[in-house]
Design a protein around this ligand. Structure first.
Ligand code: CS2
Length: 461
């Protein structure tokens, strides 16, 4: 009989927990493969520990605490799977541990707050401001207005404002807040919702935020799917360790940041992060070429019966659509053509990596938050040039067909609203969705309606 597997243990597997100077909101797989990995590989890692708070699911906190906040990153490349134990998380908390959250913010040691909370976590209305109509946002505003010191908060903007109130009260000084989500100008997105909530709770916090908080904008990239039993089995085979919290990821990784860090930061550049003045050209390249193609495959590829990105890109029809999408998107990108070519070449390999089981259904989620930022700008840029390119509109058609019940199931923070838009005849659905997306145009509607009809003819599996 083989010996029982052992759990990860800091004394045997990791380095000592570093003092907490970073706080992270959203302890999901992406954070563990990305910001935590850069912190792990920063040359000054021993001085920069992360206190990480879970999102909605507290289970990860329990499991990670049982293994001293260590976990294995399983890098799945063409030459096999390579496990690496990551030690940069020093403390793990559940999202509802607001006492700990406020205490970290109140400490002068805290220098940087990072967040990976998905597009939906920012609680924005369609105008991009804080969604004050959301009951959760209203509850947070009331709770903090009634009790700024201990009021119970739930949303991301609510948590950040609760923390900032504690920091101001403690006189703990300036810090940086870094958004690591796939949204254009994500630093400003964070600044808007945080300021919106602060204004509703205590307007005197606004000038303090202005002076003391630097909102950093980033481009983040590393394809990180959900963990499978096969990932856990691979780690037990290779390390003889039982790690329920394994995170599978690809070799490629990128982090581009713009903004100030008034209370310092890890030397992330030592791990490959890039600090630039303006992330915009990189942001559009990544959001349009990678995320836009992902959404196209998630909708149109799942309608053609595929389950994963690697399967979808292996289908010559889907591959052709992705190539068409890329040529439309590249026409509106500012970077040199050779650089864009290289980027697409690398994406072909990354998407085709069958060792990464990236589910189309996972990517399809929250299209209401994703399609407007990763697809619509390309359609709009074409219209501005007087063109309606079917290669650019197909992801929109895929989303509409998906909302109408084809392909991956609909999971969306605004599911009721967007599925309502897609009811009725194809023409009615297309007209409503295009208006909602802000690209109501008769020529676009004609092309999209044909594409939706085409996709809907594909026999459902
Ligand atoms: C994906 C992203 O789920 C999605 O919407 O497009 O999570 C994508 O995998 C990452 O942005 C890659 O960096």
């Amino acid at each position: 009989m083989s010996a029982p597997l052992r759990a990860l243990d800091r004394r045997k597997d990791g380095r000592p927990a570093a003092p907490v100077r970073l706080l992270h909101l959203g302890l999901g797989n992406f954070f563990r493969a990305h910001a935590a990995w850069y912190t792990e590989h920063a040359p000054d890692a021993a001085a920069w520990g992360i206190a990480a708070f879970t999102g909605r699911s507290p289970a990860a906190a329990v499991a990670l605490r049982a293994q001293d906040a260590l976990y294995t990153l399983l890098v799945r490349g063409p030459d096999g799977a390579r496990p690496e134990v990551v030690s940069s998380v020093s403390a793990v908390h559940t999202a509802d541990d607001l006492v700990a959250l406020r205490a970290y913010f109140a400490s002068t040691d805290l220098a940087v707050v990072t967040a990976t909370v998905t597009e939906a976590g920012y609680c924005r209305s369609s105008s991009g401001d804080l969604d004050t109509a959301s009951p959760a946002v209203r509850r947070d505003i009331e709770a903090l207005a009634a009790d700024p010191v201990a009021g119970p908060v739930d949303t991301v903007p609510g948590r950040v404002v609760a923390g900032l109130l504690a920091r101001r009260a403690a006189g703990a000084g300036a810090l940086a807040i870094v958004s690591n989500d796939n949204l254009p100008d994500n630093g400003q997105v964070m600044a808007r919702v945080v300021s919106g909530l602060a204004a509703a709770v205590d307007p005197t916090l606004l000038p303090w935020i202005e002076d003391s908080v630097s909102f950093v904008t980033t481009v983040v990239d590393r394809i990180t799917p959900r963990t499978t039993d096969e990932d856990r089995a691979e780690v037990s085979r290779q390390l003889d360790v039982d790690d329920p919290e394994v995170v599978p990821t690809e070799q490629f990784t990128e982090w581009i940041l713009a903004g100030d860090f008034p209370n310092g930061r890890p030397a992330w550049e030592g791990a490959g992060a890039r600090f630039v003045r303006d992330v915009r050209p990189f942001e559009q390249r990544k959001l349009w070429l990678l995320n836009g193609a992902h959404s196209l495959m998630a909708y149109a590829g799942s309608i053609r019966g595929h389950e994963t990105v690697a399967q979808a890109i292996g289908d010559p029809v889907v591959r052709g659509w992705v190539e068409e999408w890329w040529s439309c998107a590249c026409a509106h990108l500012e970077l040199p053509a050779a650089e864009l070519d290289d980027y697409c070449t690398s994406l072909r390999t990354r998407f085709g990596n069958a060792a990464i089981r990236h589910l189309l259904a996972q990517i399809a989620a929250d299209g209401s938050q994703k399609v407007p930022v990763r697809v619509v700008p390309v359609v709009r840029a074409g219209l501005e040039d007087g063109r309606v390119d079917p290669g650019a509109t197909r992801p929109v058609a895929g989303w509409i067909a998906h909302l109408r019940g084809h392909g991956a199931p609909v999971t969306d923070v605004r599911a009721d609203e967007v599925t309502d838009l897609s009811r009725g005849t194809t023409q009615e659905a297309v007209a409503r969705v295009l208006t909602w997306l802000g690209v109501a145009d008769e020529r676009v509607a004609r092309v999209v309606a044909l594409q939706v009809a085409d996709l809907e003819e594909f026999p459902s599996t």
